[in-house]
Unconditional design. Sequence first.
Lengths: 293, 439
Amino acid sequence: MHKRVVFNSRVLPYLLLAPQILVTLVFFFWPAGQAIYQSAYIPDPFGLSSQFVGFGNFEFLLSDPYYLASFKTTVIFSTLVTLVSMGAALWLAVMADRVIKGSSAYKMLLVWPYAVAPAVAGVLWLFMFNPNVGLVAWYLKVLGYNWNHVLDGEEAMGLVVVASAWRQISYNFLFFLAGLQAIPKSVIEAAAIDGASFARRFWTIVFPLLSPTTFFLLVVNVVYAFFETFGVIHTITGGGPQQATTILVYKVFSDGFVGQDLGSSAAQSVILLFVVGLLTVVQFRYIERKVHY
Amino acid sequence: MAYRKTLAGLVAATMLAGSTTVSFAATEIQWWHAFTGRLGDLLNEQVEKFNASQSDYVVVASHKGNYSEALNAGIAAFRAGEQPHILMVFEVGTATMMAAKGAIKPVYELMAETGKEFDQDAYLASVAGYYTTTEGQMLSLPYNSSTPVLYVNRDALEAAGIDPNIDLTTWEKVGEVLDTLKASGSACPLTTAWQSWVHLETLSAYHDVPFATKENGFGGVDTELAFNGPVQVAHVEAMGQWAKDGKFIYAGRRNESGAQFRAGECALFTESSAGYAGVKAEAQFAFDIRPLPYWDSVEAAPVNTIIGGASLWVMAGHEAEEYAGVADFLNFLSSANIQAKWHQDTGYLPITHAAYEQTKASGFYDANPGTDIAVIQMTGKAPTANSKGVRLGNFDQIRGIIDEELEAVWAGDKSAKDALDNAVQRGNQLLRRFEQANR
């Protein structure tokens, strides 16, 4: 059976854990605690005075139809970003996996976009699709389509989704490719000998065996779409037109940083904290069960 | 401490780039601002001139990002006890700064305490009025102020068979010109920058109707928005109809449309008078500047337009000796020579009568027709309670709400009345929050 290793000292294990605990406390629990504390107040920006309002900030938020609408926007946005970035990455990875000559060049090129900062990616896409000076927008106009994401909410959403997903494709691609290469060739060859087509081999063998990678990427991508896409949205649409691209995190930023409404911003952070917690629980309880390790 | 002084000396020396004698014993004055590019260069030039003109103080100007970022940097620094002496704050942040009583030192108080010469009547009332209390005491020093005007692409009018000198003083007349432009195939008859500032805030002041109650917020934080009145609704309705007909082209919330106008694609463009330098530098067509149009049907119009831009706030918590230097520097910035040059270089309004007179005497307005339109527009009539300015808490966010609602009108999703009613109702919630935070 197992040989149990036991610490003789009671203090030593805590000492060994201390750095990790300290980091967690300082960088996670302390700010989270601050957010919860601040969410009960309406402070003035300079920290000169603050009013205790209890759950007032939450009441204010949850009775605001625009805040509730931003939940829906976030769900649509995150789902689309995750689907697009993972779908495209998987397709590229499967294709790159089949390439024999010059595969490393393909791989390198596909990884490059990951090095582009979100805000810069936003600006790149903005320049291409700017209704007045953008190249793509100009071609679309030639083709008879009047692209105007400045006023059309759906076009704006499409644009921020593509710009956000584009960058993440590289990251997903790397993981998918590594996952594909870890699948034993013998299994696939055996299926091929049995006469299974490429598509059938993919869906019955490769995709299920890839599920740990897919699951991991799902978690990472949802978190990415929730929290890190804000730079893209800030540069491309600023949350508009109307509020078509105002996702939850963007609202935290604009209320807190632009509006100096720290109480509301803190309350929104707390709500986000719960949403992400909930999401993680759901992912691990219900989706992970379907994952074959 | 010794290290800090040395560092200050080094910074100052770098700033001056060996131009003049640097006194290492000089008191350092920090100025945080939001200007880059040409405006940043002109600002640094002013600082260099001041530093060279005396040896007691060294002003160190630091760029802290755009307006919002500079304000946030100032707020964060105050919380950490590291605030600069002077902070540049855009006009939208005025109420936020005013409400922070322990964080700021009003200009009138600074001048009284340091015993420096200060004549508030020397400043243009309609500019300084934005930054004074209802009792008329100056809180912050206006630095860069502009006001919306109408830019006209004369070539575009001519191409549509319109006399480029045509009368464009009223929106009624502009409407007729837009019809002709559209009929002759213009892709962009009219566009605008800063829609809330130009088409609601200034519109309200210009037609002497309230933007908000309590003298547009000057009278207290218990103010409520009032820009859903008939004048504003009628204007937004007309603009919405023009948008629908393809006569008004919306390009974005800030001044995105400027690129289109400067490229010669648009015929008419409502934008800040400070856009003059850019248009002059880039436009490959004949253009001129006209006063902002008003609705002839509104009897009170036109009063005066209101300003946008930024002012300089003096932060609390510094030594008396440093404040004496701050006062000297603010007086230096207000001096006629500096102001006249600033006005002529940038298109921003002169903040004093002396600077305006000096510019007029120098023949600048004759050589650059249209550059005095902004000043005339601001000073033609005495400001009323509705045209002094707008002072609202959370104003940056309220402008965001207005932008959203106006976009709904331009897109044809909402009627002007619904959109403005909704904006008022949403904005009022933010005003109540501001009131709560600053009780």
